[in-house]
Design a binder for this molecule. Sequence first.
Ligand code: ADP
Length: 492
Amino acid sequence: MQQFILSIDAGTTSSRAIIFDQLGRQVAMAQHEFTQYFPEKAWVEHDAMEIWETQLKAIHQVMAQSNVKAEEIAAVGITNQRETTVIWDRVTGRPVHKAIVWQDRRTADRCTELTKNGHDQIFLGKTGLVLDAYFSGTKVQWILDSDPEIRRRAQAGELAFGTIDTWLIWQLTGGQTHATDVTNASRTLMYNIHELSWDSELLDLLNVPESLLPKVCASSEIVGHTSSAILGAEIPIAGIAGDQQAALFGQLCLTPGSVKNTYGTGCFCIMNTGQTAVVSKNRMLTTIAWKIGDEVTYAIEGSVFTAGALIQWLRDQLQMIGQAPEIEALAQTESDSDGVTFIPALSGLGAPYWDPHATGTLMGITRGTSKGHIARAALEAIALRSRDIIMEMQKDAGVSFKSLKVDGGASNNDLLMQIQADLLNAEVIRPKETETTALGAAFLAGLAVGVWSSTQALENMWQIDKTFSPVPSDQTQRIIEHWHERIRKILS
Ligand code: ADP
């Protein structure tokens, strides 16, 4: 009986493997960290071979732990850190350079140059992305330009490019399959998200030969099979999605207006916009959410730079708490924030304000202000920044959002989730399975091979841990009014 799905979760700091059963329950998980290289200021690299080796170790370990045999695995799903760029030799399968990680800023000047030459609107129009070093395109160009021999071999068709999904598929299939999916392609600055093809005009601007690029597949289809020499059986690789898109799917945000927000160091918010590629007025990103069959679903994506990091600051700099979760009990010592507003601009303010020079500010302090009020204002700040983003997305997309699905470390904070529900005047839903990224990849893979017959089958087994319903109050309105008034005062 093939009743399990192997989900490969290739993150930025670790390689993880999770086995899910046909009820979408986690059976076992294994994880191995890999090295982060910082060769120069603002450069970040990974060793792609180490990513593959740690990933394979995690896969073998999770199979051993769970006692699941390769023959019992119906499909493999892959989700990955996005944008990170690998180029390798098609014959030896060895990388020609270290992988350049999404965080790496080495191509910022190249992006500025392309913008100065008036190309930013072409990239935005075709890819939905702002021209930034974050994405793969200028990283590919950088590697090709780093060595004339690499450039020559790329032109001769001897090399292959891939994001981490593509790299792992190449290795898992023993070099048989060079493929990616639409979600990963949509983060490269080279893929036209409207026409669904690599774009020759963009490739010319970046001086990247098309022979380097993988075939672009749907997010839920069989793209190849694992080599039996590697996993002990030929298992279909049937689901691929970048991490944020996989989480959106794993949260079953399947209809336009559904949103998921991940509360980690920062917040990552993504909204399903259905068949429309919505262009944001606030420099949020338009991206492909997934492609299933012939149907493409789009999404709009925004992030809050400082979320859990604000709690870390209270913990480490002010030593108001010993552990992050203690913030909840401290905030509970007061019934409200007593007019205190915490503007959490510890690394500037992103969408929709885009003020990189803004700094953090506490306003409304009186002789009566306590630690509890400040703790509460900090939780409100995280929820208010998320609200800012969601409200703008809603405007951009012209859809009204109904409820918010949540995950990430700080989503375990019940008070924060209640505050979020109150401020949005909408339900906040926290799932039982918090590994939503890996679950999304498993769902996409399982759908492709018939473990689940439809998304309805997924809906039937998806389980809620807790729903937070909004409690309207004048106090909530006051918090929102203060927020708007006070944020205006600090913008430069
Ligand atoms: P990341 O993936 O970005 O490392 P996690 O999802 O592991 O983040 O969440 C950790 C972050 O969430 C930290 O910034 C921490 O301060 C914050 N955090 C963790 N638990 C809580 C909590 N109960 N309440 C508020 N913040 C929390």
